[in-house]
Write a protein that binds this ligand. Structure first.
Ligand code: NOJ
Ligand code: NOJ
Length: 416
């Protein structure tokens, strides 16, 4: 009895020590992620405002400005500058806006559906999976939110005409993207992983959101005709999204035209990314049971295919999709961090500690594979857990910061 009691005490203090250690590591990693993320904005040899996907220039060469990665990364800056005004961040946001206006002027192979550009802002015309229509939708969505914030703060619309202007053909940043998205969403395009051409849940989710929130901004700025058009298109996209509900979960791609053909499960962690990237006003709620089911199926599959999930840690390391072969097919850091963020959002909604705890288990997984210098690559080797593929992936660092933001919000809501 006494022994049992003693070992209980030891166990409790051990797990407490581990939790403390996790907190300490998270604080350190968050600071490192900010530093490393900022380093990837307009680095040497790039035009001001460029966001490189990673400084790595070979095997793989990620020294490009991807419109999707840049939008997600800049949303982290924009959200943060809205919470705490910061002149340095504001300047970087302005640089990104100017750079994006420059990109929109380039002649490209697929208009604004072009996924990536050279770091000097010229178009990339080599072979690639294009168009990727989530890109202009994401860029528009986060800039719409930022413009709404500036208007709320009393900035005059006449100072924001480079962002939105009631004029056709459109020459302002947001309106150009919205016009493109509103007129092309029914066409087949490549998915966010740049591999499959078809209709995609992720792309349509961010498309719907950009049109919906874009319509609100257009209306606010007196562009009524456009507002009606965007808003009507957003309803049509929402209807289309219903087709992706199958067997009680969401599927990722329909009507495949070309590209990777072996995604038999049609399960993909980008289902979750879609929910996270559109936020609380999305077409479906974060607590959606079909998302719960999708996540269960994904975890089962990733536990089967990744040997590192078969030992030790509680939380599953998640990849893009079970059949993935890119760099051998591995768990990804940003998708595992997305799972943490998901749990933290559920914790906020329900006030339940269990979700917070599960979120922390994913964070322990990230900590377990972490490097002492705070570097985050794109993937972990499925056997050894070592970082592989592009190093210092900007999007990985952005994902760490957003997971932490949701964790802090969760801590305020959870009943202990
Ligand atoms: C590069 C893409 O960025 C990546 O997502 C894809 O898996 C590989 N090409 C293989 O097609
Ligand atoms: C490959 C990923 O599949 C894609 O989503 C990303 O945009 C690029 N790498 C750049 O990070």
């Amino acid at each position: 009895m006494k022994n049992l009691f003693l070992s209980l005490i030891v166990m409790m203090s051990l797990s407490h020590a581990f939790a403390q250690n996790l907190e300490q590591w998270m604080t350190k990693q968050e600071a490192a992620s900010w530093e490393k993320l900022l380093k990837n904005l307009s680095p040497a040899d790039t035009k001001k405002g460029a966001v490189i996907a990673s400084p790595q220039r070979k095997d793989p060469d990620y020294f490009f400005h991807w419109v999707r990665d840049a939008a997600l990364v800049m949303d982290v800056l924009m959200t943060s500058s809205r919470e705490t005004p910061n002149q340095n961040l504001n300047q970087k946001i302005e640089d990104y806006i100017q750079f994006s206006l420059y990109l929109q002027e380039q002649a490209t192979l697929t208009d604004l559906g072009e996924p990536k550009y050279h770091v000097d802002g010229t178009s990339f015309n080599g072979p690639w999976g294009r168009p990727q229509n989530d890109s202009p939708a994401l860029r528009a969505l986060y800039l719409v939110r930022h413009t709404q914030f500036l208007l709320d703060r009393g900035v005059s619309a006449s100072k924001l005409t480079h962002l939105y202007r009631n004029e056709l053909p459109a020459r302002s940043l947001i309106k150009r993207d919205l016009e493109y998205v509103a007129h092309h969403w029914t066409e087949a395009g490549f998915d966010l992983w740049e591999e499959v051409k078809g209709a995609h849940f992720y792309t349509l989710m961010v498309t719907r959101q950009s049109l919906l929130e874009g319509a609100e901004l257009a209306r606010r700025l007196g562009d009524t005709g456009a507002a009606d058009h965007y808003s009507w298109q957003s309803v049509l996209v929402e209807n289309r999204l219903q087709d992706f509900i199958q067997d009680g979960h969401f599927v990722t791609t329909l009507d495949r035209v070309e590209g990777v053909h072996y995604k038999d499960s049609n399960l993909d962690t980008c289902i979750l990314l879609a929910f996270l990237h559109v936020g609380n006003k999305g077409a479906f709620k974060i607590s959606d049971v079909r998302l719960v089911r999708s996540m269960q199926l994904l975890e089962e599959a990733f536990n089967r295919v990744y040997p590192l999930n078969q030992r030790g840690l509680k939380a599953t390391a998640l990849g893009r999709y079970p059949e993935d072969t890119y760099y051998g097919g591995n768990p990804w850091i940003l998708t595992t961090l997305a799972a943490a963020e998901y749990e933290y959002r559920l914790a906020q909604q329900t006030g339940k500690f269990a979700f917070l705890k599960k979120g922390d288990e994913y964070m322990e997984r990230v900590q377990f594979h972490a490097r002492a210098d705070g570097a985050l690559a794109e993937q972990w080797d499925r056997n050894s857990g070592y970082h592989v593929s592009a190093d210092e992936l900007t999007w990985s660092h952005a994902s760490f910061i957003t997971a932490m933001r949701e964790r802090k919000a969760a801590l305020k809501k959870v009943r202990h």
